[in-house]
Design a protein around this ligand. Structure first.
Ligand code: BGC
Length: 246
C-alpha cells in the first residue's frame, strides 16, 4: 500500500510515495525548495508541486518542523511565524483535496528509523536527533515515541542550542566540520545528562558525514548515524498517515 510521505524542512520539501509495509519508495523522491517566505499559503503551493509531480490521489503524511498537536502547529522556529496556531492538516487537506495527517519532523524520522533502519536493537531509551536548519529531537522508550520533545531548544552557552550548533549555524558562521563537531559535542554532553539514553541516533544531512567528525564526540553513550539518512522523515510521515487516517 502506498502513501505519499512528505518531509517539510527549512530549506527543502521532499516527498515520495512510500510502501508502508517495508518503508521503501515506490517512485523516486522529488524535492522543491521551501519558499523563502514560508507562509502557509506559499507552502501550500510548493506542496502542490509535489502532489502534481506524482499525480497523487491517495493519503498524504507530513513531517513538519514544529510542535504538532492534533494537526496544529504550535511553534514556528524556522518557518514563517504565521504558522503558529495554524491547522496544518486542515490547510493541506483543503489545498490538495486529499486526506492529510501531520506530525513533528523529527518524530517522523525517528519512527521510520526505529521501524525500518538497522540502528535500533531494542535499547530501552533512544534519543533520535536531526541536525539541519534546526535541531530536531525524538525520544523513544521501549520503541514507543514520546511526541514533541523539543530538546533542540534547551539553553546552551547562553543560547538556544540550535542557534549554537545546528548545521545552518555551521554554514552561516563558516565553521569547519571539526569546529562544528566540538560545539555539537557540548550539546551531546548536556543532553546525555538530561536524558540518559542507551543509544543516540544522528539523522539529518549531517549523518552522511558522520565518519568525518565522530572522533570529536566525548560522550559515553553509543552514538550512530541514522541508516535511512535523509529519507527517514518521508517514510515516517507516511507511516503516521497510515496509522492515523481511516
Ligand atoms: C523545531 C522542531 C523541529 C526541528 C527540526 C526545530 O527548530 O522547533 O520542532 O523538529 O527544528 O526541523
Amino acid at each position: 500500500m502506498g502513501i505519499l510521505g512528505i518531509d517539510i524542512g527549512g530549506s527543502g520539501i521532499k516527498g515520495a510515495p512510500v510502501n508502508i509495509e517495508n518503508g521503501t519508495f515506490l517512485q523516486e523522491r522529488y524535492r522543491v525548495d521551501t519558499p523563502s517566505v514560508s507562509t502557509p499559503e506559499n507552502m501550500a503551493v510548493a506542496l502542490q508541486e509535489l502532489v502534481d509531480n506524482f499525480a497523487w490521489k491517495g493519503k498524504i503524511g507530513i513531517g513538519f518542523p514544529a510542535i504538532v498537536r492534533d494537526g496544529v502547529a504550535k511553534t514556528a522556529a524556522n518557518i514563517d511565524k504565521s504558522w503558529q496556531g495554524k491547522n496544518i492538516v486542515d490547510l493541506f487537506s483543503k489545498s490538495t483535496g486529499l486526506s492529510v495527517a501531520a506530525l513533528n519532523d523529527a518524530d517522523a524520522a525517528g519512527l521510520a528509523e526505529l521501524r525500518f533502519g538497522n540502528t535500533y536493537n531494542n535499547e530501552n531509551v533512544v534519543l533520535f536527533l536531526t541536525v539541519g536548519t534546526g535541531i530536531g529531537t525524538a525520544i523513544f522508550h521501549k520503541g514507543r515515541l514520546l511526541p514533541n520533545m523539543e530538546l533542540g531548544h534547551i539553553e546552551l552557552k547562553g543560547k538556544d542550542a540550535e542557534q549554537y550548533c545546528s548545521d545552518a549555524v555551521r554554514r552561516r558562521q563558516n565553521l569547519t566540520r571539526t569546529e562544528w563537531a566540538a560545539r555539537f559535542n557540548d550539546y551531546l554532553v548536556h543532553v546525555e545528562k538530561l536524558v540518559s539514553p542507551d543509544l543516540i541516533i544522528l539523522g539529518g544531512g549531517s549523518s552522511k558525514k558522520f565518519h568525518k567528525f565522530k572522533n570529536e564526540f566525548t560522550i559515553k553513550t553509543k552514538i550512530v548515524p541514522a541508516s535511512l539518512l535523509n529519507n527517514a522523515g518521508i517514510i515516517g510521515g507516511a507511516m503516521h498517515a497510515h496509522e492515523s487516517l481511516v
